[in-house]
Design a protein around this ligand. Sequence first.
Ligand code: SF4
Ligand code: SF4
Ligand code: SF4
Length: 155
Amino acid sequence: MPSPMEIYKLLPKTNCGRCGEKTCMSFAFKLLSGEKKLKDCELLFDEKYSINRKKLEEMLAVVEKAKETGLVVNEDLCIGCANCVVSCPVHVEKDPYNAAVGRGIEMEEPILRIEDGVVKVINISLCRRYGKERTLCVVCRENCPTDAIAFVEEI
Ligand code: SF4
Ligand code: SF4
Ligand code: SF4
């Protein structure tokens, strides 16, 4: 998967705003999450950007093909700190009185829950990496101190 910076480097970098984003960097993030398409940046279709556009098309082909992504926890690495549980934006949205302040969440079927000292995947269907509105959310993985969470790309 390309990084936002790799994508940004190939954009016109004028921050002209014609794509509906304030900056080209923000556009790069939206390209990665699938919310914007290359055609939304008219400037890229100028002759002088044709090489960059071709490179971007090749880079983003991976994103276009990416379907749902599996979330796997390496239980040997998990120390049960619950960072992933309280930082998950879906948990915060659905149970703000608990998740947002670091308490145990009370959702019936959360995405992740600590059981017997390790995190278990309970209800992956709520995860933002799934379904039609999929975004490339990485919050739980980024907040895990032991690198116990990984995403499996199904391409
Ligand atoms: S339209 Fe293109 S050049 Fe203008 S801000 Fe958006 S990505 Fe940048
Ligand atoms: S990827 Fe995002 S939505 Fe999915 S479990 Fe992790 S933090 Fe929550
Ligand atoms: S943040 Fe990492 S170590 Fe902490 S509970 Fe989640 S998976 Fe386990």
